[in-house]
Design a protein around this ligand. Sequence first.
Ligand SMILES: NC(=O)c1ccc[n+]([C@@H]2O[C@H](COP(=O)([O-])OP(=O)(O)OC[C@H]3O[C@@H](n4cnc5c(N)ncnc54)[C@H](O)[C@@H]3O)[C@@H](O)[C@H]2O)c1
Length: 438
Amino acid sequence: MTPLNPIRKVPAPAGYGAGDVLVVFGEVFGRGYVNGLIDAAEKAGMTVLYGTVGRRDAEGNLRPLTDAELAEKGHGPIINVPLEAGFDKEKGSDGLTLSDRLNALGKDWENGSLDMAAIEETRQKGEARFKASVAAFMAALKPHLPEGANVLFAHTMAGGIPASKRVLSVSNRVFKGTGARFQSSETYWNSPIGRACEISFEEVTARTLKHLVEGSAELRAEIEAKGGRVNYVAYGYHGTECLIDGSYQWQTYAPYLQGFAKMKLEDLAAEARATGVNVSVYNAPEILTNSSGVFVGVELPLYRLLNALDHEAESAPLSATVKANCAAKLTDGEAALARVQEILDTYHADPATQYMRVFENWPQHNTQEQMDIMLGSSAELRAMHKDSDDLMTSYLSQLVFTACGHIMLHQSWTADSAAYWMGHDVVSKTLGVTGLPG
Ligand SMILES: NC(=O)c1ccc[n+]([C@@H]2O[C@H](COP(=O)([O-])OP(=O)(O)OC[C@H]3O[C@@H](n4cnc5c(N)ncnc54)[C@H](O)[C@@H]3O)[C@@H](O)[C@H]2O)c1
């Protein structure tokens, strides 16, 4: 496992400027992490080129965005080549998709069996399609790159949950089940569904980085021959250091089953780095986005950002504003912030959550007691809000992704490691330097 490697200082300004380009390898969604990187790139005067995962038509075929969909995205130029990765919709020679196979497991999902050779056949089909898309993406990208430009590629991709009713119903219990509805993530992971998910997650979350690095090799050589630099950043998750009881302590969400693929992502970055390519995975804090919404309770450590903002000299002057903005979202206003702190203190002191602080054992599975307190605390905190669509954690997420974007952009210029961690300390220090997002 990659050793914990936290970034402790706000990185020095990078050498990017006007004429340089940030390429988003993935699609941008409203609340997603990459928005912070885009902000940082625009502040540095860079041009941003966007990607898309494409869309599926009525027959299930992958297609580029239509003109209306392009206009709807409402941002700069999109390299309109569908970058959807994965293979759950690919048909094997028997005409079945992974989703069909998983649905066929029925109620016997724990003990049934899957045709692993057929799954490998469809994995290879999906991989071949994705590699062809990457080649088309690079060809379409090339004319957009100014002579001598430095180029930063941002890998945002994570996913791979097979589109299957069976997987959905069991996953719902794994991630949201408490009491009698509790479902052990370990049982799930060791079942045929878990095996299929492991392959599928790795394909989307991890191996897409390898395809990005390999698929851009020719373009990289051309850019470098003209004096430009080519750097790569990828978003990882591998727990976060938060301020608990006055010191920064590593903790994680559980059950983060994508964690196995995220470790593979770190390994692939290390392999690429060993061949001289500047690739780094930036393990980022837990925030609320379109993708993380399913992991109820993942947002709990985010409330701890208030502690870190107070603690760091650079961010302390911002702390009162952040607290006031948070308090404004709570029914009982500022008085309720003390209760928020109490809930977090109780959660982190509970014996059932202590195993989530052991870095070496990551990614941890769930337990009934842990899910009960994690989901219970999450629900109690949510209920304290005036409006469940206007959460403190949405605001805090914006602060985190803005700071992380700044860190990643600037660190990428002189990065020397395959995997970094961005904890609440450096996030707070960075906000002290950049100021709060407007
Ligand atoms: N939200 C968090 O708490 C958190 C924490 C640490 C790291 N991250 C990482 O940040 C990155 C961005 O996630 P986010 O939470 O901002 O959510 P998001 O929904 O904004 O982004 C998810 C990204 O994954 C891509 N994607 C999803 N399925 C795909 C597929 N089949 N093929 C290709 N691309 C696919 C989407 O295009 C999008 O760019 C991910 O790598 C995620 O693991 C998120």
